[in-house]
Ligand binder design. Structure first.
Ligand code: G6P
Length: 366
């Protein structure tokens, strides 16, 4: 079947807009009628593993970094996470009872495939989360978990990222159940919140105009800083990556708490600072980091929910209001501004959004 832009100016815009639908498909494929999380054969029992090693490249790596917080906090499993190009040559010891999990949209990324092969015969199990079930990475895995995102054309990954997050979140919930870290009621609550995410993402997409407006500021900048803590740290990294990839603006992400250890030296009125701060348990800490930025005349673009925007007070250059969701689900939601800020900035700069210079959709060479 031929894939077209379905009335959108770019594939990336189409793929961003598709996310409510495709994450709904991803969720539906992993939950049965009784509300149990079901995996394809041969399944996976998290009760019998001691460690999870997550490996990927690019955007898929940031999905893994997000998943580390989930697996550790929700399921209490120790997690290692690394980019494939480092992992494969470091020759890390793989302790007994380790499950190695590889995340890749294409399933063909050379470094990720090599990292998988390194784990063969060392890890107890090799699991992959892929968009292409016929791919090399899928063929060499013991368990294949498809993300059901549909074909992704834009070089900068968008809907694959949120579908990867869905599958990884469901795995973390399953792991928590398998290990006795979560009761049935808590699981049902998490699943019902997850099932409402397609409509929450649709609402978030309605904040498009706010994001487009904020992007005009980003388009003028030479450097942009993204800040977040906890689950928002990987999202800040993803926001910075998206901006670099398609608008060619230098962007860096920092865990907000690290601001004082270096990057604060960069802050002046020429550096927009995107702060991702849902009103979660780390909100007050992030806001105090944001105030340090404003005190140095940094132009803050605050992304939060209504309660967060009200509590943060005046002083932000721009605000982007998103719905409020349970803390664990903020990564799925904040993916939308991470993507749309980059998209609108690239459009404002007139770059080739779907085919950015020097980048390839699938990197099958080292
Ligand atoms: C390339 C793409 C990125 C992608 C990365 C990993 O660099 O441009 O968008 O995140 O490869 O690709 P994979 O197919 O392994 O997820």
């Amino acid at each position: 079947t031929r894939i077209d832009k379905a009335g959108h100016k770019h594939f990336m815009a189409k793929e961003i807009a598709e996310q409510p639908t495709v994450i709904g498909q991803a969720i539906g494929n992993y939950i049965d009628h009784e509300g149990n999380i079901t995996l394809p054969d041969p399944g996976l029992d998290f009760a019998t593993l001691d460690r999870l090693t997550l490996v990927a490249c690019g955007t898929a790596y940031y999905a893994c970094l997000t998943a580390k917080y989930w697996f550790e906090q929700i399921a209490r499993i120790p997690v290692d996470v690394d980019v494939a190009s480092e992992f494969r040559y470091r020759e890390p010891p793989i302790p007994a009872r380790t499950t190695a999990l590889f995340v890749s949209q294409s399933g063909e990324t050379a470094d990720t495939l090599a990292a998988l092969r390194y784990c063969e015969g060392k890890a107890d199990r090799i699991v992959c989360v892929v968009n292409v079930p016929e791919s090399s990475i899928a063929r060499e895995s013991d368990l294949v978990l498809p993300i059901h995102a549909g074909v992704e054309v834009g070089v900068a990954s968008t809907k694959a990222f949120t579908c990867q997050l869905v599958v990884l979140f469901l795995l973390a919930l399953k792991a928590a159940r398998d290990r006795g870290e979560m009761d049935g009621d808590a699981l049902a609550d998490h699943l019902s919140a997850l099932r409402s995410m397609p409509s929450v993402l649709s609402t978030a997409l309605e904040a498009n105009a706010q994001m487009q407006k904020a992007s005009l500021k980003l388009a003028e900048a030479r450097d942009v800083l993204f800040l977040g803590r906890g689950l928002m740290y990987p999202l800040a990294l993803e926001g910075a990556l998206k901006l670099k990839e398609i608008s060619y603006i230098h962007a860096e992400a920092y865990a907000s708490g690290e601001l004082k250890h270096g990057p604060i030296a960069l802050i002046d009125k020429a550096v927009p600072v995107v702060v991702m701060a849902p009103r979660d348990n780390l909100f007050d800490k992030t806001v105090s980091n944001m105030q340090e930025v404003m005190a140095r005349k940094g132009r803050v673009i605050l992304i939060s929910d209504r309660a967060g925007i009200e509590a943060a007070g005046e002083g932000a250059f721009a605000t982007i209001e998103l719905p409020s969701v349970p803390d664990a689900l903020t990564p799925l939601l904040y993916a939308i501004p991470a993507q749309l800020l980059a998209y609108h900035t690239a459009v404002a700069k007139g770059t080739d959004v779907d085919q950015p210079r020097n980048l390839a959709k699938s990197v099958t060479v080292e």
